[in-house]
Design a protein around this ligand. Structure first.
Ligand SMILES: [Zn+2]
Length: 373
C-alpha cells in the first residue's frame, strides 16, 4: 500500500518539474553586456531622482520664503545648492559622475528662480572657488571647507568667487528669510503620501507623481508646512504622553496629507478613544492655513479642492464617507471652497492675506506687524 502512494507522489513531482522547464530558446547574456546595461539603468535612476528632487525644492522655495513672516522659526537662504562627487557613496560615485556631471569641484547644483542667487547671476554648474575670502580647493578638502563655513551660518549675506569655464566672477549675496523647516524628497517611497514631523516636510515619490502639476504639488507642501507651523506634531506628542499611546497617535497625525489611504483599523481605534476628532481639527487647520500659504506664494489655489476630489477617488471607500483622523473628503472639498472664497474676498479688498484667528489668542503663527495693519 505504501509503495503505491510513493509512486503516485513521484509521478506528480515529475509532472511539476516537467511543467517548470521552459521550451523556447532565448539569448545568452554576457557579463560585459550585463555590466553595461546595469550602468545605464543606475544612471537613469540617479537622473530621474535628481530631476524629481529639484522639482520638489523649486516648488517649495516660494512657499518657504513668502510665509517667513508667519513662521516663528526662520532661517536664511540664497536659493541655491552645491554639490560634488563626495556627496555620493563610493559605489554610486562613478554613475553620478557620468550621469549628473559631478566631479571633485564644488559646483552649483540648482538655482531657484527669483532667488538672491538667480538675481546675482549664478548658474548651475558654476564652480565655487572662494567663500568669504576662504579658498575652496577642488577635492575632499574643499568639500569639507564650504560645508563647515555654511554649517550654523548666522550672517545674512556672503561674498563668493565663482568660476564659469575660464571666467571668474565675484558676487555678494544677501539672503532671503525662509521658514526654518527642511524639505525632503523620498525617492524610495512610492506611496501617495507626504508628512510633517515638526522639523521637516517629506514628500514621497508616490504623491509627487500624483500631484502632476506644480500648483498641486505646492498645495501638498503648503499643507505639510502648515502642520509644522501650527505645531501639530508637538501638540500630538504632548497629548500622547498623557494617554500612553505615543506610537499610534504620532503615526496617525504626524503622517499628514495622504492618510486617507490608511484610514482602517488604526483610525477606528483612535476614534473610539477620542483622538480621531482631535486630529480631524488639525487636518482642517492644515487645509485652511495651507491654502493661505499657497496663495501668499503665488500659486493657483483654485485647483486644490479638485485635487482633494482626485485623492478621494483613489480611496473612495475610506475617504468619502468615513471621518477617521482626517475630515471626510466631502467636508474637505466644501471647506476648501469656502476658504478659497474667503481669500478671494480679502484679495479684492486689498486686505492682508492672513488666516483668521479664532476667539482665543494666536500663539503659534507669528503675530507680527502684518496683523496690526
Ligand atoms: Zn495633514
Amino acid at each position: 500500500m505504501r509503495g503505491i502512494y510513493t509512486s503516485v507522489i513521484l509521478i506528480i513531482l515529475l509532472n511539476i518539474v516537467g511543467c517548470a522547464s521552459v521550451e523556447t530558446q532565448f539569448h545568452d547574456v554576457s557579463a560585459s553586456e550585463i555590466k553595461k546595461e546595469e550602468r545605464i539603468q543606475r544612471e537613469m535612476v540617479l537622473n530621474v531622482a535628481e530631476r524629481e528632487e529639484i522639482r520638489v525644492l523649486r516648488v517649495a522655495y516660494p512657499i518657504m520664503v513668502a510665509n517667513a513672516p508667519l513662521c516663528s522659526k526662520v532661517a536664511h537662504t540664497a536659493g541655491l545648492g552645491f554639490w560634488s562627487e563626495f556627496d555620493f557613496k563610493k559605489d554610486e560615485r562613478p554613475f553620478a559622475k557620468r550621469s549628473l556631471f559631478v566631479d571633485e569641484n564644488v559646483r552649483v547644483r540648482f538655482v531657484h528662480p527669483n532667488s538672491p542667487a538667480a538675481i546675482g547671476g549664478i548658474q548651475v554648474d558654476d564652480i565655487l572657488v572662494v567663500v568669504n575670502g576662504k579658498e575652496i580647493v577642488s577635492g575632499r578638502k574643499g568639500d569639507k571647507t564650504y560645508k563647515n563655513i555654511f554649517k550654523n551660518y548666522k550672517k545674512d549675506s556672503f561674498s563668493a568667487v565663482f568660476k564659469r569655464k575660464n571666467n571668474i566672477y565675484n558676487v555678494e549675496l544677501k539672503f532671503d528669510e525662509q521658514c526654518d523647516y527642511k524639505v525632503r524628497y523620498d525617492y524610495r517611497d512610492s506611496e501617495i503620501n507626504a508628512w510633517a514631523d515638526g522639523k521637516r516636510v517629506v514628500i514621497a515619490r508616490g504623491i509627487l507623481r500624483f500631484a502632476e502639476d506644480d500648483h498641486t504639488l505646492a498645495g501638498v507642501i503648503a499643507h505639510e508646512l502648515a502642520h509644522n507651523v501650527m505645531v501639530h506634531a508637538h501638540k500630538v506628542k504632548h497629548n500622547a504622553s498623557v494617554g500612553a499611546l505615543a506610537g499610534f497617535v504620532l503615526d496617525r497625525v504626524v503622517i499628514g496629507y495622504a492618510d486617507i489611504d490608511d484610514g482602517g483599523i488604526f483610525s477606528e481605534f483612535g476614534k473610539s478613544l477620542g483622538w480621531g476628532a482631535h486630529s480631524v481639527k488639525m487636518e482642517q487647520e492644515a487645509d485652511y492655513v495651507g491654502l493661505y500659504f499657497m496663495e501668499r506664494a503665488g500659486y493657483d489655489i483654485s485647483i486644490m479642492p479638485h485635487f482633494w476630489r482626485k485623492m478621494a477617488s483613489e480611496n473612495y471607500d475610506k475617504a468619502i464617507g468615513m471621518e477617521t483622523s482626517h475630515p471626510t473628503s466631502v467636508k474637505r472639498f466644501i471647506a476648501l471652497e469656502k476658504t478659497r472664497a474667503e481669500i478671494a474676498k480679502k484679495k479684492r479688498a486689498g486686505a492682508p492675506l492672513l488666516p483668521n484667528k479664532n476667539n482665543r489668542s494666536f500663539r503659534v503663527i507669528k503675530t507680527d506687524l502684518e496683523y496690526e495693519k
